[in-house]
Design a protein around this ligand. Structure first.
Ligand code: FAD
Length: 320
């Protein structure tokens, strides 16, 4: 392949991070190629917001907007600015063999001077049929996103780590009660966070319980959660308007294992205050490198940072 076929920038992923990186990179005349995904890891073009109904916290949309419409607007803007978009999953990358980097979609090879990784993360769910049927109808994996919809109502949170503690604490400020369901008899979250939850009078803790079923599929809305005590085998119903699943997320990093440095929890490592990975010319943005904030607006923010970091890096390499 000749030098002229080497692209300036390939962006992998089309959630808020990837599409924002594309908008900025296209405006900087980098002529970016965005490989938007197809079905990798259960995610689709547009990313996680394609699985939600209304987005009420993305700035600029006071009347709320559906996740799908919001992502269509991101995509239209990226295309309008001149991004070339390929609808497919990246199947392999070679980032450690020097420049240019190699990115494959099946048998098609793209050579590129820089890469922005924005492959996101996927929320983990319990895997119950009733849970699947009631997603967006009271079952949620994001308290910050959906908690306000259940203001003044009783809700359930499932999990025992830091995320579950945070979600329970956050929801206790909005909802009339929070029942925290955890399968073990102690939490694995940090002591300080556990203490905050244990001392919160609005949070009731059910240790050694698992969720058996989310009700009521027939009514097409959450009315309660049937839980089972794993020690006694007894079941009972917890009335609730929503169930928040807080059992972690899985970052979409399979492609990069052994090539890029990751944190012990599997998220890509970036140099603090930037989107730079351990390989010069490779940048990471959005949820694939952020297990802390996990919001569309923060993903978009780091997508912008990645495009600017890539643009500056390319300029240092002698322009594009
Ligand atoms: P993602 O949105 O996860 O997108 C990742 C992209 O990478 C996808 O396009 C995928 O197809 C692509 N991809 C993955 N692997 C490959 C591959 N091998 N090749 C090519 N492409 C690939 N946040 C809010 O701010 N407000 C909300 O109301 C809100 N509601 C939510 C509701 C739900 C149900 C969920 C799950 C999340 C919600 N969030 C919300 C969180 C928000 O969606 C995420 O923080 C945000 O989407 C992260 O953006 P991202 O660009 O990093 O990645």
């Amino acid at each position: 392949m000749s030098e002229s076929n080497v692209r300036n920038l390939v962006i992998i992923g089309s959630g808020p991070a990837g599409l924002t990186a594309a908008i900025y990179a296209a405006r900087a005349n980098l002529k970016p190629l965005l490989i938007e995904g197809f079905s990798a890891g259960g995610l689709i073009p547009g990313g996680q917001l394609m699985f939600t109904t209304d987005v009420e916290n993305y700035p600029g949309f006071p009347e709320k907007i559906t996740g799908q419409e919001l992502m269509q607007r991101f995509r239209d803007q990226a295309a309008h600015q001149g991004t070339e978009i390929v609808t497919a999953d990246v199947t392999k990358v070679e980032l450690t063999g020097g420049h240019p980097f190699k990115v494959w979609v099946e048998d098609t090879l793209y050579l590129t001077k820089a890469v922005v990784i924005a492959t996101g993360a996927r929320a983990n769910y319990l895997g119950l049929e009733s849970e699947e049927k009631l997603k967006n109808k009271g079952v949620s994996a994001c308290a910050v996103c959906d908690g306000a919809l259940f203001r003044g109502q009783d809700v359930v949170v499932v999990g025992g780590g830091d995320t579950a503690m945070e979600e329970a604490s956050y929801l206790s400020g909005l909802c009339s009660s929070v029942t925290l369901v955890h399968r073990r008899d102690e939490f694995r979250a940090s002591k300080a966070m556990v203490q905050r939850v244990v001392e919160n009078p609005k949070i009731k803790i059910l240790y050694s319980h698992v969720v058996e079923e989310v009700l009521d599929v027939k009514a097409d809305m959450v009315t309660g959660v049937r839980v089972k005590n794993v020690k006694t085998g007894d079941s009972h119903l917890v009335p609730a308007a929503a169930m928040f699943v807080a059992i972690g997320h899985t970052p979409m990093t399979d492609l990069f294992v052994g090539q890029l440095e990751t944190h012990p929890n599997g998220y890509l490592k970036t140099v603090p205050g930037s989107t730079r990975t351990n390989i010069p010319g490779v940048f990471a943005a959005g949820d694939v490198q952020d297990w802390n904030y996990r919001q569309a607006v923060t993903a978009a923010g780091t997508g912008c940072m990645a495009a600017l970091d890539a643009e500056r890096w390319l300029a240092q390499q002698g322009g594009h």
